[in-house]
Design a protein around this ligand. Sequence first.
Ligand code: AMP
Length: 426
Amino acid sequence: MSTDQLKKEISAIKGTHDILPGEVRLWQIAESRAREIFELYGYRELRAPVIEPTELFEKGTGASSDIVTKEMYTFTDKGGRSITLRPEYTPSVVRAIIEHRLDLQPQPLRYYYIGPMFRYDRPQKGRYRQFHQIDIEVFGEKDPAVDAEIVEMAHRLLARLGVERVMTLVNSVGCKKCRPAYGQELRKAALAVKDRLCPDCQRKAEVNPLRIFDCKNEACREAASGFPLITDFLCPECREHFQKFREYLDLYRLEYRVEPTLVRGLDYYTRTAFEIVAEHLGAQSAICGGGRYDDMVKEFGGPDLCGIGFAMGVERLLSVARIQIPETSFVYFAYLGQEAKKECLRLARALRSEGIESLVEFKDRRMKDHFSRANKLGAEWVLIVGEDELRKGKFQLKDMVNSRQFEGSVLELAAIIKGKKILETT
Ligand code: AMP
Protein backbone atom coordinates (compact mmCIF):
# COMPACT_ATOMS: atom_id res chain seq x y z
CA MET A 1 0.00 0.00 0.00
CA SER A 2 1.41 3.44 -0.91
CA THR A 3 1.78 6.13 1.74
CA ASP A 4 -0.89 8.18 -0.01
CA GLN A 5 -3.33 5.29 0.12
CA LEU A 6 -2.54 4.69 3.77
CA LYS A 7 -3.05 8.37 4.58
CA LYS A 8 -6.41 8.28 2.90
CA GLU A 9 -7.48 5.11 4.67
CA ILE A 10 -6.62 6.34 8.11
CA SER A 11 -8.12 9.80 7.92
CA ALA A 12 -11.21 10.65 9.98
CA ILE A 13 -14.57 9.56 8.56
CA LYS A 14 -16.31 12.17 6.40
CA GLY A 15 -18.43 14.50 8.48
CA THR A 16 -16.53 13.76 11.72
CA HIS A 17 -13.64 15.72 13.15
CA ASP A 18 -10.97 15.64 15.81
CA ILE A 19 -11.13 18.28 18.47
CA LEU A 20 -7.50 19.02 19.16
CA PRO A 21 -6.08 20.22 22.49
CA GLY A 22 -5.94 23.92 21.51
CA GLU A 23 -9.62 23.94 20.61
CA VAL A 24 -10.68 21.58 23.38
CA ARG A 25 -10.15 24.36 25.92
CA LEU A 26 -13.09 26.23 24.34
CA TRP A 27 -15.23 23.11 24.53
CA GLN A 28 -14.35 22.57 28.18
CA ILE A 29 -15.22 26.16 29.07
CA ALA A 30 -18.53 26.02 27.17
CA GLU A 31 -19.42 22.69 28.76
CA SER A 32 -18.55 23.76 32.28
CA ARG A 33 -20.53 26.99 31.96
CA ALA A 34 -23.48 25.03 30.64
CA ARG A 35 -23.31 22.62 33.59
CA GLU A 36 -22.96 25.48 36.06
CA ILE A 37 -25.99 27.32 34.67
CA PHE A 38 -28.24 24.28 34.36
CA GLU A 39 -27.49 23.25 37.94
CA LEU A 40 -28.56 26.73 39.05
CA TYR A 41 -32.01 25.95 37.67
CA GLY A 42 -32.19 22.55 39.39
CA TYR A 43 -31.14 20.38 36.46
CA ARG A 44 -29.00 17.29 36.96
CA GLU A 45 -26.94 15.33 34.47
CA LEU A 46 -28.33 12.12 33.02
CA ARG A 47 -25.96 10.07 30.85
CA ALA A 48 -27.59 7.58 28.49
CA PRO A 49 -25.78 5.22 26.09
CA VAL A 50 -24.72 6.33 22.61
CA ILE A 51 -26.39 3.26 21.07
CA GLU A 52 -30.07 2.50 21.46
CA PRO A 53 -32.59 0.09 19.91
CA THR A 54 -33.61 1.45 16.49
CA GLU A 55 -37.33 1.34 17.41
CA LEU A 56 -36.70 3.98 20.07
CA PHE A 57 -36.12 6.61 17.41
CA GLU A 58 -38.62 5.23 14.92
CA LYS A 59 -41.24 5.60 17.59
CA GLY A 60 -39.90 8.69 19.36
CA THR A 61 -38.39 10.88 16.65
CA GLY A 62 -41.11 9.79 14.24
CA ALA A 63 -41.16 7.38 11.32
CA SER A 64 -41.80 10.14 8.75
CA SER A 65 -39.18 12.60 10.04
CA ASP A 66 -36.11 13.29 7.87
CA ILE A 67 -33.91 12.02 10.67
CA VAL A 68 -35.50 8.58 10.72
CA THR A 69 -36.13 8.21 6.99
CA LYS A 70 -32.73 9.38 5.80
CA GLU A 71 -30.22 10.16 8.48
CA MET A 72 -29.86 7.36 11.01
CA TYR A 73 -26.69 5.38 11.53
CA THR A 74 -28.29 1.97 11.90
CA PHE A 75 -26.61 -1.43 11.95
CA THR A 76 -27.32 -4.99 12.97
CA ASP A 77 -25.19 -6.17 15.86
CA LYS A 78 -23.77 -9.65 16.30
CA GLY A 79 -26.90 -10.71 18.16
CA GLY A 80 -29.06 -9.73 15.16
CA ARG A 81 -30.54 -6.66 16.87
CA SER A 82 -31.08 -3.40 15.00
CA ILE A 83 -29.03 -0.72 16.77
CA THR A 84 -28.87 3.00 16.06
CA LEU A 85 -26.29 5.60 17.02
CA ARG A 86 -28.53 8.21 18.63
CA PRO A 87 -29.42 11.07 16.27
CA GLU A 88 -30.93 13.08 19.15
CA TYR A 89 -31.21 12.76 22.88
CA THR A 90 -34.86 13.20 23.92
CA PRO A 91 -36.04 9.61 23.23
CA SER A 92 -33.15 8.25 25.33
CA VAL A 93 -34.17 10.37 28.33
CA VAL A 94 -37.79 9.29 27.95
CA ARG A 95 -36.70 5.66 27.83
CA ALA A 96 -34.53 6.13 30.94
CA ILE A 97 -37.38 7.76 32.88
CA ILE A 98 -39.71 4.88 32.14
CA GLU A 99 -37.07 2.21 32.68
CA HIS A 100 -36.00 3.58 36.08
CA ARG A 101 -39.40 5.00 37.08
CA LEU A 102 -37.72 8.32 37.74
CA ASP A 103 -41.19 9.89 37.87
CA LEU A 104 -41.75 8.18 41.24
CA GLN A 105 -38.79 9.95 42.86
CA PRO A 106 -39.26 13.26 44.65
CA GLN A 107 -36.51 15.09 42.70
CA PRO A 108 -37.60 17.45 39.92
CA LEU A 109 -37.48 15.75 36.54
CA ARG A 110 -34.98 18.17 35.04
CA TYR A 111 -32.04 16.73 33.17
CA TYR A 112 -29.13 17.87 31.08
CA TYR A 113 -26.58 16.13 28.97
CA ILE A 114 -23.64 17.04 26.74
CA GLY A 115 -22.39 14.60 24.13
CA PRO A 116 -22.17 13.42 20.54
CA MET A 117 -25.12 12.76 18.21
CA PHE A 118 -24.97 11.10 14.79
CA ARG A 119 -26.84 11.92 11.61
CA TYR A 120 -26.04 10.72 8.12
CA ASP A 121 -26.60 14.10 6.54
CA ARG A 122 -24.69 15.77 3.72
CA PRO A 123 -21.67 17.25 5.50
CA GLN A 124 -21.08 20.98 5.04
CA LYS A 125 -20.05 23.91 7.20
CA GLY A 126 -22.08 23.74 10.41
CA ARG A 127 -23.51 20.33 9.53
CA TYR A 128 -21.64 17.19 10.49
CA ARG A 129 -22.26 13.48 10.83
CA GLN A 130 -20.94 13.35 14.35
CA PHE A 131 -21.79 16.58 16.08
CA HIS A 132 -22.34 17.51 19.70
CA GLN A 133 -25.32 18.77 21.57
CA ILE A 134 -25.96 20.40 24.89
CA ASP A 135 -29.38 19.10 25.75
CA ILE A 136 -31.89 19.78 28.52
CA GLU A 137 -35.27 18.21 29.25
CA VAL A 138 -37.98 18.90 31.86
CA PHE A 139 -40.88 16.59 32.61
CA GLY A 140 -44.16 17.00 34.42
CA GLU A 141 -44.41 20.80 34.08
CA LYS A 142 -47.48 21.79 32.07
CA ASP A 143 -47.30 25.48 32.84
CA PRO A 144 -46.13 27.70 29.94
CA ALA A 145 -43.88 29.44 32.50
CA VAL A 146 -41.44 26.54 32.11
CA ASP A 147 -41.44 26.99 28.32
CA ALA A 148 -40.27 30.56 28.83
CA GLU A 149 -37.86 29.62 31.61
CA ILE A 150 -35.94 27.22 29.37
CA VAL A 151 -35.69 29.88 26.66
CA GLU A 152 -34.39 32.28 29.30
CA MET A 153 -31.90 29.64 30.48
CA ALA A 154 -30.67 29.12 26.91
CA HIS A 155 -30.15 32.88 26.59
CA ARG A 156 -28.28 33.01 29.86
CA LEU A 157 -25.85 30.41 28.54
CA LEU A 158 -25.46 32.22 25.22
CA ALA A 159 -24.74 35.47 27.04
CA ARG A 160 -22.15 33.73 29.28
CA LEU A 161 -20.43 32.49 26.14
CA GLY A 162 -20.38 35.92 24.53
CA VAL A 163 -22.85 35.02 21.78
CA GLU A 164 -24.47 38.13 20.36
CA ARG A 165 -26.86 38.99 17.55
CA VAL A 166 -29.30 36.13 18.05
CA MET A 167 -33.03 35.99 17.47
CA THR A 168 -35.59 33.70 19.09
CA LEU A 169 -38.27 32.33 16.81
CA VAL A 170 -41.37 30.91 18.47
CA ASN A 171 -44.42 29.04 17.33
CA SER A 172 -47.12 26.68 18.52
CA VAL A 173 -47.60 23.47 16.55
CA GLY A 174 -50.89 22.66 18.30
CA CYS A 175 -51.87 19.38 19.86
CA LYS A 176 -53.59 16.12 18.98
CA LYS A 177 -56.91 17.91 19.16
CA CYS A 178 -56.26 20.75 16.76
CA ARG A 179 -53.53 19.45 14.49
CA PRO A 180 -55.60 16.93 12.48
CA ALA A 181 -57.89 19.65 11.07
CA TYR A 182 -54.84 21.71 10.17
CA GLY A 183 -53.17 18.63 8.65
CA GLN A 184 -56.15 18.12 6.35
CA GLU A 185 -56.09 21.70 5.11
CA LEU A 186 -52.35 21.54 4.70
CA ARG A 187 -52.57 18.31 2.70
CA LYS A 188 -55.15 19.89 0.41
CA ALA A 189 -52.92 22.90 -0.16
CA ALA A 190 -49.83 20.71 -0.71
CA LEU A 191 -51.59 18.42 -3.18
CA ALA A 192 -52.82 21.46 -5.12
CA VAL A 193 -49.19 22.45 -5.82
CA LYS A 194 -47.78 18.94 -5.90
CA ASP A 195 -46.09 19.32 -9.29
CA ARG A 196 -44.02 22.24 -7.90
CA LEU A 197 -42.66 20.12 -5.05
CA CYS A 198 -39.53 17.97 -5.01
CA PRO A 199 -40.14 14.17 -5.13
CA ASP A 200 -39.50 13.92 -1.39
CA CYS A 201 -42.08 16.60 -0.59
CA GLN A 202 -44.56 15.00 -3.00
CA ARG A 203 -44.32 11.92 -0.79
CA LYS A 204 -44.59 14.10 2.35
CA ALA A 205 -47.73 15.74 0.94
CA GLU A 206 -49.39 12.33 1.23
CA VAL A 207 -47.92 11.07 4.52
CA ASN A 208 -47.12 14.08 6.67
CA PRO A 209 -47.45 17.46 4.93
CA LEU A 210 -46.15 19.33 8.01
CA ARG A 211 -42.70 17.99 7.17
CA ILE A 212 -42.69 19.97 3.89
CA PHE A 213 -41.80 23.03 5.99
CA ASP A 214 -38.47 21.31 6.86
CA CYS A 215 -37.41 21.07 3.19
CA LYS A 216 -34.44 23.23 2.22
CA ASN A 217 -35.30 23.20 -1.49
CA GLU A 218 -36.06 26.75 -2.70
CA ALA A 219 -39.00 25.71 -4.92
CA CYS A 220 -40.63 23.83 -2.02
CA ARG A 221 -40.09 26.77 0.31
CA GLU A 222 -41.67 29.06 -2.23
CA ALA A 223 -44.66 26.70 -2.63
CA ALA A 224 -44.97 26.33 1.16
CA SER A 225 -45.13 30.10 1.66
CA GLY A 226 -48.75 30.00 0.46
CA PHE A 227 -49.81 27.15 2.76
CA PRO A 228 -52.30 27.68 5.62
CA LEU A 229 -50.68 28.43 8.98
CA ILE A 230 -51.02 26.35 12.13
CA THR A 231 -51.50 29.47 14.25
CA ASP A 232 -54.90 29.96 12.58
CA PHE A 233 -56.02 26.49 13.64
CA LEU A 234 -55.04 26.31 17.32
CA CYS A 235 -57.68 25.10 19.78
CA PRO A 236 -58.51 27.49 22.66
CA GLU A 237 -56.18 25.63 25.09
CA CYS A 238 -53.22 25.73 22.70
CA ARG A 239 -53.92 29.35 21.87
CA GLU A 240 -53.96 30.23 25.58
CA HIS A 241 -50.75 28.28 26.21
CA PHE A 242 -49.03 30.11 23.35
CA GLN A 243 -50.30 33.46 24.59
CA LYS A 244 -49.07 32.83 28.15
CA PHE A 245 -45.72 31.54 26.89
CA ARG A 246 -45.19 34.85 25.10
CA GLU A 247 -46.30 36.82 28.16
CA TYR A 248 -43.62 35.06 30.21
CA LEU A 249 -41.03 35.80 27.53
CA ASP A 250 -42.07 39.45 27.84
CA LEU A 251 -41.66 39.20 31.61
CA TYR A 252 -38.04 38.15 31.02
CA ARG A 253 -37.74 40.95 28.45
CA LEU A 254 -36.64 38.43 25.85
CA GLU A 255 -37.05 39.50 22.28
CA TYR A 256 -38.71 37.02 19.94
CA ARG A 257 -40.48 36.73 16.63
CA VAL A 258 -43.52 34.53 15.97
CA GLU A 259 -42.67 32.29 13.02
CA PRO A 260 -45.80 30.29 12.05
CA THR A 261 -43.88 28.01 9.67
CA LEU A 262 -41.45 26.90 12.38
CA VAL A 263 -42.51 23.28 12.87
CA ARG A 264 -39.08 21.75 13.67
CA GLY A 265 -37.86 18.54 12.06
CA LEU A 266 -39.30 16.06 14.55
CA ASP A 267 -42.76 14.57 14.68
CA TYR A 268 -43.34 14.61 18.40
CA TYR A 269 -43.68 18.30 19.17
CA THR A 270 -46.89 19.65 20.69
CA ARG A 271 -47.65 23.30 21.34
CA THR A 272 -44.43 25.25 21.91
CA ALA A 273 -41.66 25.08 19.31
CA PHE A 274 -38.76 27.51 19.27
CA GLU A 275 -35.38 28.13 17.75
CA ILE A 276 -32.59 30.52 18.55
CA VAL A 277 -30.82 31.59 15.40
CA ALA A 278 -27.67 33.56 14.69
CA GLU A 279 -28.91 35.10 11.47
CA HIS A 280 -25.41 36.02 10.30
CA LEU A 281 -24.44 32.31 10.24
CA GLY A 282 -26.27 31.83 6.95
CA ALA A 283 -27.86 28.51 6.00
CA GLN A 284 -27.02 26.65 9.23
CA SER A 285 -28.12 29.46 11.49
CA ALA A 286 -30.00 27.54 14.20
CA ILE A 287 -27.88 27.33 17.32
CA CYS A 288 -30.61 25.97 19.55
CA GLY A 289 -33.92 24.25 18.92
CA GLY A 290 -36.55 22.99 21.27
CA GLY A 291 -40.15 22.41 22.08
CA ARG A 292 -42.81 20.59 24.01
CA TYR A 293 -43.64 16.91 23.61
CA ASP A 294 -46.57 16.28 25.91
CA ASP A 295 -47.59 12.89 24.50
CA MET A 296 -44.28 11.14 24.10
CA VAL A 297 -43.81 9.51 27.52
CA LYS A 298 -47.34 8.13 27.43
CA GLU A 299 -46.95 6.88 23.88
CA PHE A 300 -43.91 4.94 25.02
CA GLY A 301 -46.07 3.17 27.59
CA GLY A 302 -44.96 5.37 30.48
CA PRO A 303 -46.98 7.61 32.80
CA ASP A 304 -48.91 10.60 31.47
CA LEU A 305 -46.03 13.02 31.82
CA CYS A 306 -45.61 16.08 29.66
CA GLY A 307 -42.14 17.15 28.56
CA ILE A 308 -40.21 20.04 27.07
CA GLY A 309 -36.57 20.55 26.18
CA PHE A 310 -33.98 22.02 23.88
CA ALA A 311 -30.74 21.05 22.18
CA MET A 312 -27.90 23.37 21.29
CA GLY A 313 -25.35 22.43 18.67
CA VAL A 314 -21.93 22.86 20.25
CA GLU A 315 -20.04 23.28 16.95
CA ARG A 316 -22.39 26.06 15.86
CA LEU A 317 -22.38 27.57 19.32
CA LEU A 318 -18.59 27.78 19.35
CA SER A 319 -18.53 29.28 15.88
CA VAL A 320 -20.30 32.37 17.29
CA ALA A 321 -19.08 32.31 20.91
CA ARG A 322 -16.48 34.73 22.21
CA ILE A 323 -14.63 32.92 24.96
CA GLN A 324 -11.49 34.18 26.63
CA ILE A 325 -9.16 31.26 27.34
CA PRO A 326 -7.38 31.87 30.65
CA GLU A 327 -3.56 31.75 30.50
CA THR A 328 -2.14 28.55 31.91
CA SER A 329 0.90 28.65 34.12
CA PHE A 330 3.33 25.78 34.55
CA VAL A 331 6.81 24.95 35.74
CA TYR A 332 9.35 23.57 33.30
CA PHE A 333 12.21 21.58 34.82
CA ALA A 334 15.70 22.32 33.55
CA TYR A 335 18.23 19.80 34.81
CA LEU A 336 21.65 18.36 34.07
CA GLY A 337 22.63 14.76 34.69
CA GLN A 338 21.06 11.63 36.11
CA GLU A 339 21.02 12.66 39.77
CA ALA A 340 19.37 15.97 38.94
CA LYS A 341 16.79 14.19 36.82
CA LYS A 342 15.82 11.99 39.79
CA GLU A 343 15.57 15.05 42.00
CA CYS A 344 13.29 16.65 39.40
CA LEU A 345 10.96 13.68 39.60
CA ARG A 346 10.69 14.15 43.37
CA LEU A 347 10.27 17.91 43.07
CA ALA A 348 7.64 17.68 40.34
CA ARG A 349 5.71 15.25 42.48
CA ALA A 350 5.80 17.68 45.41
CA LEU A 351 4.73 20.63 43.25
CA ARG A 352 1.87 18.68 41.68
CA SER A 353 0.67 17.84 45.18
CA GLU A 354 0.51 21.61 45.72
CA GLY A 355 -1.68 21.90 42.63
CA ILE A 356 1.08 23.30 40.40
CA GLU A 357 1.36 22.05 36.82
CA SER A 358 4.85 20.65 36.31
CA LEU A 359 6.50 19.42 33.13
CA VAL A 360 9.60 17.21 33.14
CA GLU A 361 10.75 16.09 29.71
CA PHE A 362 13.13 13.16 29.52
CA LYS A 363 15.54 14.30 26.88
CA ASP A 364 19.22 15.04 27.43
CA ARG A 365 19.47 18.77 26.98
CA ARG A 366 22.09 21.38 27.70
CA MET A 367 20.99 24.18 30.05
CA LYS A 368 20.75 26.57 27.10
CA ASP A 369 18.52 24.15 25.21
CA HIS A 370 16.30 23.69 28.23
CA PHE A 371 15.69 27.43 28.28
CA SER A 372 14.90 27.69 24.60
CA ARG A 373 12.48 24.77 24.98
CA ALA A 374 10.83 26.45 27.99
CA ASN A 375 10.49 29.65 25.97
CA LYS A 376 8.98 27.85 23.03
CA LEU A 377 6.43 26.14 25.28
CA GLY A 378 5.55 29.43 26.98
CA ALA A 379 6.51 28.20 30.47
CA GLU A 380 5.93 30.84 33.12
CA TRP A 381 8.47 29.27 35.46
CA VAL A 382 11.69 27.30 35.04
CA LEU A 383 13.00 25.31 37.96
CA ILE A 384 16.74 24.79 37.65
CA VAL A 385 18.39 21.71 39.13
CA GLY A 386 22.14 21.48 38.62
CA GLU A 387 24.99 20.14 40.74
CA ASP A 388 25.08 23.16 43.06
CA GLU A 389 21.37 23.00 43.73
CA LEU A 390 21.57 19.29 44.44
CA ARG A 391 24.29 19.87 46.99
CA LYS A 392 22.48 22.70 48.75
CA GLY A 393 18.98 21.24 48.58
CA LYS A 394 17.90 24.73 47.40
CA PHE A 395 16.76 25.33 43.88
CA GLN A 396 16.68 28.22 41.47
CA LEU A 397 13.28 29.31 40.19
CA LYS A 398 13.18 31.64 37.24
CA ASP A 399 10.13 33.77 36.56
CA MET A 400 10.18 33.83 32.76
CA VAL A 401 7.64 36.62 32.51
CA ASN A 402 9.24 39.18 34.83
CA SER A 403 12.86 37.92 34.56
CA ARG A 404 13.18 37.51 38.32
CA GLN A 405 14.98 34.66 40.02
CA PHE A 406 14.37 33.08 43.43
CA GLU A 407 16.22 30.50 45.48
CA GLY A 408 14.61 28.19 48.00
CA SER A 409 13.43 24.78 49.08
CA VAL A 410 10.65 23.18 47.10
CA LEU A 411 7.99 24.34 49.55
CA GLU A 412 9.31 27.89 49.57
CA LEU A 413 9.27 27.95 45.80
CA ALA A 414 5.78 26.44 45.70
CA ALA A 415 4.63 29.30 47.97
CA ILE A 416 6.14 31.85 45.58
CA ILE A 417 4.44 30.26 42.56
CA LYS A 418 1.11 30.05 44.36
CA GLY A 419 1.51 33.52 45.81
CA LYS A 420 1.83 34.91 42.34
CA LYS A 421 -1.14 32.90 41.21
CA ILE A 422 -3.20 34.23 44.09
CA LEU A 423 -2.01 37.78 43.43
CA GLU A 424 -2.97 37.43 39.82
CA THR A 425 -6.42 36.11 40.47
CA THR A 426 -7.36 38.70 43.08
P1 AMP B 1 -32.31 19.43 16.18
O1 AMP B 1 -32.17 18.25 17.08
O2 AMP B 1 -32.29 19.07 14.73
O3 AMP B 1 -33.37 20.36 16.57
O4 AMP B 1 -30.95 20.24 16.37
C1 AMP B 1 -30.67 21.01 17.50
C2 AMP B 1 -29.39 21.77 17.24
O5 AMP B 1 -28.32 20.85 17.01
C3 AMP B 1 -29.43 22.61 15.98
O6 AMP B 1 -29.97 23.86 16.27
C4 AMP B 1 -27.98 22.70 15.59
O7 AMP B 1 -27.34 23.70 16.33
C5 AMP B 1 -27.44 21.36 16.02
N1 AMP B 1 -27.36 20.41 14.89
C6 AMP B 1 -28.36 19.63 14.38
N2 AMP B 1 -27.91 18.86 13.39
C7 AMP B 1 -26.59 19.14 13.24
C8 AMP B 1 -25.54 18.67 12.39
N3 AMP B 1 -25.75 17.73 11.47
N4 AMP B 1 -24.29 19.20 12.55
C9 AMP B 1 -24.05 20.15 13.48
N5 AMP B 1 -24.99 20.62 14.33
C10 AMP B 1 -26.24 20.14 14.21
